[in-house]
Ligand binder design. Sequence first.
Ligand SMILES: Nc1nc2c(ncn2[C@@H]2O[C@H](COP(=O)(O)OP(=O)(O)OP(=O)(O)O)[C@@H](O)[C@H]2O)c(=O)[nH]1
Ligand SMILES: [Mg+2]
Length: 301
Amino acid sequence: MSIQWFPGHMVAAQKKAAETMEFTDVVIEVLDARIPGASQNPMIKELGAARQRGHLKILNKSDLADPNITDQWIQYFNKIPQTKAIAISCKKVNEPKKILTLCKTLAPHRGDTLKPLRMMIMGVPNVGKSTLMNAILNRRIAKVGDEPAITKQQQRHQINDHMILIDTPGMMWPKIRYSSDGDLLAANNNIGKNAYFDEEVAEKLGSILIEHYPALINARYKLENLNIDGIALLESIAKKKGFPLKNHGVDMERAAITLLNDYRQGLLGRISLETPESRMLMMSHQTEAIEEEKPPENLET
Ligand SMILES: Nc1nc2c(ncn2[C@@H]2O[C@H](COP(=O)(O)OP(=O)(O)OP(=O)(O)O)[C@@H](O)[C@H]2O)c(=O)[nH]1
Ligand SMILES: [Mg+2]
């Protein structure tokens, strides 16, 4: 079943973001560099485009992503009109500071005391929006934490007399179009835990890792056979780690949580779960499937 997560506080957050957009010059959209396509919120694009706001895409957590693939994404995004993309890691002190200079280039008519440059940080939950705001302001103003939906209210801060920065709650949208996006977002801990099953998400993550990063999987779990699928990977992890069940089986749930935690914390190495090319391919396949699911038009009732 496809994963969906759009809790009530996000409906309010979306309404508030639409209001604030009127008084915003540049949208800073924070993405997770490991899933830059899946972590784009279509509502953010629509809100910004309707008002023709400058758009800066930040591929954050690039310290955890595959650097070659991150370069491909930056090139891909920078071809989109009125958009600039940059990869950063909030764990590196000087990187977040580059952002203000880029925002100025996206709204050159703003940035003095009469017309301050107003920037709104947006993105899906747990991508590092509040961490980024704290880093830019050089103060620990906003609460941060490694779980989705930590920030529940917008926070506005005056950087100086010509720049204003707004942090917003992480937002999902009413329906995730491509089911694999839901899986990637859940694997990356951007979705509330009650909205998915660890085992299902870890199985899908495992299949991607086995296909694209077998050496990293082998280095961590020392498996005899790497010619396996996601379920077999979880079984192997459970056996290796000694997660038995009373009735002879192995504890797949514990194995799933182990794989998810190892991936999320970067313990497997630097990994990206999608490339611009793999995303294009996925979209064309899944769009066909979605079209096939639709009832034929002009059905007589
Ligand atoms: N490795 C790594 N971790 C990061 C980076 N930026 C933020 N984090 C971590 O990501 C987690 C989420 O950070 P937050 O700033 O709370 O994320 P948020 O987007 O504000 O989340 P919500 O308010 O829930 O939407 C925290 O554990 C941060 O320490 C980064 O560049 N690299
Ligand atoms: Mg936050």
